[in-house]
Design a protein. Structure first.
Length: 206
């Protein structure tokens, strides 16, 4: 299963789509010991290879490999591939699980505490880097954040401005069954809030 945290990222590299994917379990979120995860970042680029010599990397891939670690601290290049006519540069980025959204550890963080099952927080300097890069770019990017949540027990939850299994919710309530995998995608509003307020709540306990 493709794992992605797809976030809004005023990115870089003449990318059209910027997708981030994170896989996490409720046990990991609720663990008292902070944990670091690895998320997948996918940047859409025109091609992997140079059009004149396929043995060489394309300029867009070279640019992505150079620029991404400057914007996402700790980013590591994985591969470039084409899927269903779209070409993607794939990177790994660190994501920390934290209790206090006011104290982010990595550029992007998952937040879980006694009130919030899952939220997100972004470092201010990370958002500033994205804004600075975006101000120099004339390309409109599409941003998407997806979290694949594995439930280790049953939870009654409230979802705020997100998609669950591709169904949109402004505010919704329900029960997550044990041993399920829930696909959660942030709405544009949630992404804007993350970049504006540097934090956003996605799932609350009922």
């Amino acid at each position: 299963m493709k794992k992605t945290i797809l976030l809004p990222i005023f990115l870089i590299l003449s990318a059209c789509k910027v997708d981030t994917v994170i896989d996490v379990s409720t046990d990991q979120l609720r663990n008292e010991t902070p944990e670091n995860l690895t998320a997948s970042l996918y940047l859409e680029i025109p091609s992997c290879n140079d059009y004149e010599d396929s043995r060489r990397e394309s300029d867009s891939l070279v640019n992505a490999k150079a620029k991404t670690p400057q914007l996402f601290k700790g980013a590591e290049y994985v591969e470039c591939f084409t899927q269903k006519m779209d070409t993607w540069a794939h990177f790994k980025i660190p994501v920390a699980i934290i209790k206090d959204s006011r104290s982010p550890v990595t550029d992007l963080n998952l937040v879980s505490n006694e009130f919030t099952l899952m939220g997100m927080a972004a470092k201010e300097d990370f958002v500033k880097r994205l804004e600075d890069e975006n101000s120099r770019s004339y390309v409109s990017n599409d941003y998407y954040i997806e979290i694949n949540l594995k439930t280790n027990e049953e939870f009654d939850i409230k979802v705020i401005s997100a998609y669950l299994q591709d169904h949109p919710y402004t505010i919704g309530t329900g029960t997550f069954k044990k041993d399920a995998t829930i696909k959660i995608s942030l709405s544009d509003v949630s992404i804007d809030q993350l970049l504006t307020d540097h934090q956003v709540v996605i799932l609350e306990y009922q």
